[in-house]
Design a protein around this ligand. Structure first.
Ligand code: PLP
Length: 291
């Protein structure tokens, strides 16, 4: 992969290209030892035949970034500055790897120490993601440890903000892997299906797509919203709903969706097979490819 890193100084509204392989962050930065910051990861695709780089759901990602900043009382990020950073990373990745057709860019806003700081860098689409898109994945359900719809009563939990504190999400992934599953599926303590550690869940029931209500206690995904925007073109309705594990087990198809993986079929849950709808898997991936 390429070495494309941009450091962002929000107080000076300035950017600087830097070396991804070298130390850039003071160890006392509050992101490093408190996880005190926010981030977004966007998918970039190169359009054929124009050759233009397209950031999938660029504005929705940035709107969520602003909402996350507000939830953490960080300064409102300036869209012009952050878009310039994004475009600089994209240009740098493409200059270093002109054949690249698809990659990610992660941009992060840290509390910093004396003042907030940001950075953005290119991320490759890994082999595991390509395999998951083609073959689907298995998951086990895990208790998220709080009841559904808690976020409104406990805003300090930052449920629904995309913070960089992902240690629990990473631990859930390892816990699933140790038990032979590819992914975890979080369920609220009172039995409402929430999301994966880095993805949302969509199921098909007949001619409707269903996904958990973000207010139940999860991150409102840009990919899920993009799919819902286009569901009508596939002859499908699209609704938010409280789902239980039985609804997933008996679905006509289920998918983990997120920016980098796009749409990945969930083929088994807690060891039991889930109906596959390969045609719809391709159609959902196509939506994101052109979205
Ligand atoms: N839920 C969580 C916890 C995530 O980390 C992510 C993405 O990183 C998602 C859902 C999916 O969001 P998006 O489709 O915007 O990538």
């Amino acid at each position: 992969m390429t070495d494309a890193l941009v450091l962002i100084d929000p107080s000076a509204s300035s950017l600087e290209l830097a070396d991804l392989g070298s130390a850039q962050l003071p160890v006392d930065d509050l992101s490093a030892h408190r996880g005190d910051g926010i981030f977004e990861t966007v998918l970039v695709r190169v359009d054929e035949p124009s050759g233009d780089a397209v950031v999938v759901a660029r504005d929705r990602h940035f709107a969520r970034f602003r909402d996350s900043a507000s939830a953490l009382d960080l300064p409102d990020p300036d869209p012009a500055l952050w878009n310039r950073a994004l475009d600089t990373v994209i240009a740098e990745v493409r200059a270093q790897d002109p054949e690249s057709r698809e990659f990610g860019v992660r941009y992060t806003f840290s509390r910093g120490l004396d003042s907030p700081r940001g950075w953005a860098f290119g991320v490759p689409i890994g082999e595991a993601v390509l395999r998951a898109r083609a073959e689907g994945i298995s998951a086990i359900s895990l208790d998220r440890g709080y009841d559904a719809y808690l976020g409104g009563k406990a805003p300090w939990l930052l449920i629904g903000a995309k913070t960089i504190s992902y240690a629990i999400n990473q631990a859930a992934g390892r816990y699933a892997a140790e038990r032979g599953a590819d992914e975890a599926l979080f369920v609220s303590h009172d039995g409402i299906v929430l999301e994966g550690p880095t993805s949302n869940l969509i199921i098909r029931r007949g001619d409707r797509l269903l996904t958990p209500d973000p207010a139940a206690g999860l991150l409102w995904g840009t990919t899920q919203r993009l799919i819902f925007d286009h569901a009508g073109e596939l002859g499908l309705g699209a609704d938010y709903a409280d789902l239980r594990l039985d609804d997933i087990r008996t679905a006509d198809g289920a998918w983990f969706v997120s920016s980098m993986r796009t749409a990945v079929a969930l083929t088994s849950l807690d060891g039991a097979p889930i109906s596959r709808d390969d045609a719809l898997t391709r159609a959902l991936q196509q939506i994101i490819g052109t979205g």
